[in-house]
Design a protein around this ligand. Structure first.
Ligand SMILES: Nc1ncnc2c1ncn2[C@@H]1O[C@H](COP(=O)(O)OP(=O)(O)OP(=O)(O)O)[C@@H](O)[C@H]1O
Length: 290
């Protein structure tokens, strides 16, 4: 199973472009979408979920054009939008029953499936309370459960970890990892470490364009030899930031350890090269293409 996206463009109006000639092939497994605000992540997800129409371009799922045949993907789609809304007076169980009816999911196994999903997102104990009384993270978990109701083969999660505490993030990761052998799973996040721990492959986007896509180690490789650390007098850090892209700083007694990107070999005295991670590569690649 594969999604083949070619030349996808979304022009919202004369000045706003959501996607610009975007092409990517997405296979089974978990693909993490990373990109700064406004990169086009939600636009891409909405178009794949057939909520929004592209201005130009094609999307084929297993050879079928889903822009002109949206029902082909809708039957196998689970989607958690960024602005997921719930009915505050329904409890989680009733809400999932309602969504099941909307999706045409029924049958004698429905009750068991809802119970299993509520267990999967750790809401069994609260399933009979009105959703209006839930915390943001609990509502998000209802959203995750509804996306899984129809045993989807294409799963799209727009910022699924927003509001989840570390324990619930781990639970989410386990839940979708179990499905990844058999599904195309696309998720976006602003939190690089979330993508790092969840995704097999990563697509970095910016200004509606794909910058790079690949397995994490191949993307990290692109930052090899470009990441350095130096110990500076704390009073010198502000000036340093005007010359270099600083990734992180940490106070060390009276000095500050600065992690930074240099596209030349570092020419700052006392700098040392350090191993790159996904966050370093992300910042390097998005800075380079800005
Ligand atoms: N309905 C809309 N009308 C006009 N412009 C839009 C609309 N939706 C998105 N845009 C614009 O399209 C671009 C891409 O937005 P999009 O929401 O897809 O980015 P994103 O990567 O999901 O950002 P974020 O991480 O902030 O959610 C932005 O410039 C945004 O302002």
């Amino acid at each position: 199973m594969a999604l083949e996206i070619k030349g996808l463009t979304k022009q919202y109006n004369a000045t706003k472009t959501g996607l610009s000639d975007y092409s990517i092939t997405i296979d089974k497994g978990i693909l993490g979408l990373l990109g700064p605000n406004g990169a086009g992540k939600s636009t891409l997800m909405k178009i794949i979920a057939t909520i929004s129409q592209p201005t130009r371009g094609t999307i084929f799922l297993d050879g079928v054009d889903i822009v002109s045949n949206p029902n082909f993907i809708r039957k196998v789609l689970g989607y958690l939008p960024q602005d997921f809304g719930v009915y505050p007076n329904l409890n989680a169980y009733e809400f999932l029953e309602y969504i099941a009816a909307m999706k045409g999911v029924g049958g004698k196994d429905l009750r068991r499936r809802i119970d299993m999903l509520l267990e999967g997102v750790n809401l069994t104990a609260d399933a009979k309370k009105p959703i209006g009384t839930y915390s943001g993270g609990m509502k998000q978990r209802v959203g995750i459960a509804q996306a899984l109701l129809n045993d989807p083969k294409v799963l799209i999660f727009d910022e699924p970890t927003v509001g989840l505490d570390p324990e619930e993030r781990v639970r989410f990761r386990q839940l979708i990892s179990e499905m990844a052998d058999d599904c195309i799973i696309i998720l976006s996040s602003h939190i690089v470490s979330d993508i790092e721990t969840i995704a097999d492959e990563v697509a970095i986007m910016q200004s509606g364009k794909l910058i790079t896509k690949g397995y994490q180690h191949d993307i990290i490789e692109q930052a090899r030899g470009r990441i350095f650390e130096v110990l500076l007098e704390s009073s010198d850090v502000a000036a340093f930031k005007t010359c270099y892209k600083v990734i992180d700083t940490s106070r060390q007694k009276d000095r500050t350890r600065v992690r930074y990107i240099s596209t030349d070999t570092a020419n700052v005295a006392a700098s040392r090269p350090v191993d790159a991670g996904l966050e370093d590569a992300y910042l390097l690649l998005t800075q380079h293409n800005a």
